[in-house]
Design a protein around this ligand. Sequence first.
Ligand code: NDP
Length: 252
Amino acid sequence: MSFSEKVVLVTGASSGIGAATAVHFSKLGAKLALTGRNLENLTKTAEQCASKPLLITADVTKEDDLRKIIETTIQHYDKLDVLVNNAGVIESGGIETTSLEQYDRLFNTNVRAVYFITMLAVPYLIKTKGSIVNVSSVTGIRASAGLLSYCMSKSALDQFTKCVALDLAPKQVRVNSVNPGVVVTNLHKRGGMSEEQYKEFLNRCQTTHALGRPGQPEEVAKTIAFLASDDATFITGAILPVDGGRQLLCPR
Ligand code: NDP
């Protein structure tokens, strides 16, 4: 698998799955554009990459920042081959405890931002017959208690993947999704879990995931690269669990 001469844009590359994806694509020879809000963390990702990436600090909830991401990437590399929509946030809460503000926060980052940056990227992806990989979640496929807005946002993202895959298939642009189970990153602690709760949450993966463990960011990164690669030229509209068998099990 080689991405030599391919331009790959990864959102949320300053941490977790996005950072691992950036490093993995760099090892496969890609030219990278990496975005996130935290420049210090983006720089740490860049230091692990095999070649020097273009770094763009941006907040994906701001339309002007999304325009800046695409414009800066095109100005720098003159093309775009792969868009990885990875930036995302989580917050807990069910129907009795979720505010509209929380709903808006989750949908603005996990859905609206993906919708708009994809719109901006599509003309360039059509030119290269490129591809898109969206980072959804196993919670887009099955319900998870106390995560109402997050689950809804990921289900919406999955439907976005399928609809856009159909829209762009005649232009030979492929659109796919990875749907991770629990992966060891900062996501849940940033979403409000204490260290203690997170430790317990990871321990529970022994029973909540068929393979008996949480995933590592690199395991998701490799699947993202596969879906974006020339090894997957007949795959589009796929909603692919990368979840250690999480969605096969009954809820606990
Ligand atoms: P992290 O919290 O480690 O990383 C999240 C990334 O998203 C960071 O780079 C962060 O950038 C970026 N981000 C969040 N909000 C914004 C924003 N408004 N503007 C720009 N960038 C933003 O989490 P993960 O790596 O775990 O999450 C990556 C994706 O994987 C998410 O979509 C998540 O829903 C999904 N996922 C994760 C799972 C897990 O168990 N970890 C399971 C299933 C899905 P910065 O810090 O610079 O603001």
